[in-house]
Ligand binder design. Structure first.
Ligand code: AMP
Ligand code: MG
Length: 487
């Protein structure tokens, strides 16, 4: 297996990490390798067999050039500042440059304790590893920015949680693992020089063009804010509830990070929460924009000394950027919804139509994912799907009439419009009940349902009759879905 590891973080950022090593697993077994993504990365399995791949992706055999390390970070967790967190169950093997020149971190999750594990075991259980693999690959297939999953390997060891589980290691790939919490850590413990250094490295790595800005640190803040607004609008467009939007789980590069307690909403309810520990609904579906605003204010605070060091007056500019987040998010959200609803150019009546949709969906408990597909079917002259989602023929009729009137402002052929809608509205998402069933089977040794579901969610847009069972929500009387943090 060929890796050409680079270690820019290790070489340039002394004092920003701690060296670490993987623990030896007793009987590693390759569960899956993401061949399509490996090719994109320029990794060629070559002559490596499954046994060799398993040893690499479990940390048993370090690939050439790798110098593993763990990063410290801090973070606001449910609003409270934790000054000392870090990669407690993750090991950064190094960076890979793809054939098209992009740089990615390769990280093992669950390979044993690091200097930042505190009392944790640094391990991961099979279920959450397979869950993250599946959901992150579903997000990638829907074009939502995300960390990727390159491999999953069973360790052959047991991991003790509330009960004992089979252990596994996930290979996570990110444009980088620099978090808002990474900036917070160095701002809290070290001061402005470290923040400047981290900001400069981040700019070099992700957006070198920002180095030429009058105040590069201010430009970085603006870029990160923009990417977070876009990310959260995409999440909400597919009914995704991240579940633990702590600042240590916000990646600077704008990719979805940390798939612990996330889940997709079936029937629409703006206050949907799945996480067992989110008792106040801080990270509910509809609160995600406000939390983004709050998190970006924390990022701005960490960046302020660096911004101020270049130009004191830019502190006001930073504040203005943060204050503008709600308006900025709304503009992105409206364009997301326009695309989902098949509306073309922005029009003054769009906003009312879009805003009123969510109350309607909630009132009638409509399955969020299916709804947008049903609208496209209506354009094709088939109203059956929509009727099957609604309690009676009159439900939502006025809203549908308004939507139809909006469409008629633009002369676009209905079939063309329907196809454009289907290309942005997934039909197959990782439905919670399907994911749970697949994970239970996997834990019992049957990986087939998980592989089948993975194939479905990697192809979210094109209808296949044999996949109809995957397109439906859990039965209405099913127990509410509950998720848990942690791997
Ligand atoms: P997370 O829930 O992944 O956002 O993790 C929050 C913090 O707890 C991070 O500092 C993690 O590194 C740490 N952590 C979570 N689970 C473990 C574990 N099993 N072993 C060591 N550290 C952990
Ligand atoms: Mg995390």
């Amino acid at each position: 297996m060929d890796f050409a590891f680079k270690n820019s973080f290790r070489e340039n950022m002394q004092a920003f990490f701690a060296p670490a090593e993987a623990e030896k697993p007793s009987a590693p077994e390759l569960l899956i390798i993401n061949h399509t993504f490996a090719r994109r990365l320029g990794i060629t399995p070559g002559s490596a067999n499954d046994g060799e791949l398993a040893r690499i992706f479990v940390g048993d055999q370090m690939p050439k050039g790798s110098a593993p390390l763990a990063l410290p970070y801090a973070g606001h967790q449910f609003g409270h500042f934790s000054p000392q967190l870090g990669d407690g169950r993750a090991l950064l093997l190094g960076e890979i440059i793809t054939p098209d020149g992009a740089r990615f971190d390769i990280q093992l999750k669950g390979s044993g304790p690091t200097p930042f594990s505190r009392n944790g075991d640094g391990k991961a259980a099979l279920g959450p590893v397979l869950r993250e693999y599946l959901v992150s690959e579903a997000m990638a297939a829907m074009g939502v920015p995300t960390t990727r999953s390159l491999a999953a390997v069973a360790t052959g060891d047991r991991v003790q949680r509330e009960r004992s589980h089979p252990g596994a290691v996930l290979t996570r790939v990110a444009s980088s693992h620099i978090r808002v919490g990474t900036f917070q850590f160095f701002a809290a413990h070290f001061g402005v020089d470290h923040v400047v250094k981290l900001s400069d490295y981040t700019i070099w790595r992700h957006w070198p063009e920002l180095a030429a800005a009058a105040n590069p640190h201010l430009a970085l803040l603006e870029r990160v804010i923009g990417l977070q607004c876009e990310l959260v609008a995409r999440w909400m467009g597919v009914g995704f509830v991240h579940g633990v939007m702590n600042t240590d789980n916000v990646a600077i590069c704008g990719e979805t990070l940390d798939y612990g307690p996330c889940a997709f909403m079936d029937r629409f309810a703006v206050n949907t929460v799945f996480s067992s520990i989110d008792t106040n609904g801080r990270y509910a579906y509809g609160r995600q924009p406000q939390i983004t605003h709050w998190n970006m204010a924390r990022f701005a605070e960490a960046m302020l000394p660096a911004i101020h060091a270049v130009e004191p007056a830019d502190v006001d500019a930073a504040k203005a950027l943060v204050d503008a987040i709600p308006a900025r998010f709304r503009a992105i959200w409206l364009s997301e919804l326009r695309a989902k609803l098949g509306l073309g150019k922005p029009h003054k009546d769009d906003e009312k139509l879009i805003d009123s949709l969510f109350g309607e969906l909630e009132q009638h408990s409509v399955d969020f994912t299916s709804f947008f597909r049903a609208l496209a079917q209506l354009l094709r002259g088939d109203g059956d799907m929509l009727q099957s989602l609604l309690p009676d023929a009159e439900a939502m009729a006025p809203w549908i009439a308004d939507w139809w009137a909006q469409l008629e402002r633009e002369a676009i052929a209905p079939l063309e419009r329907a196809d454009a809608m289907d290309a942005v509205n997934p039909l197959y998402i990782p439905r919670n009940h399907q994911v749970e069933a697949a994970l239970i089977a996997a834990e019992e040794g049957d990986m087939a349902p998980w592989h089948a579901l993975l194939e479905v969610v990697q192809n979210p847009y094109v209808h296949r009759p044999e996949w109809d069972v995957y397109a439906h929500p859990a039965p209405e009387d099913a127990a509410p879905h509950v998720t848990f943090c942690g791997t």
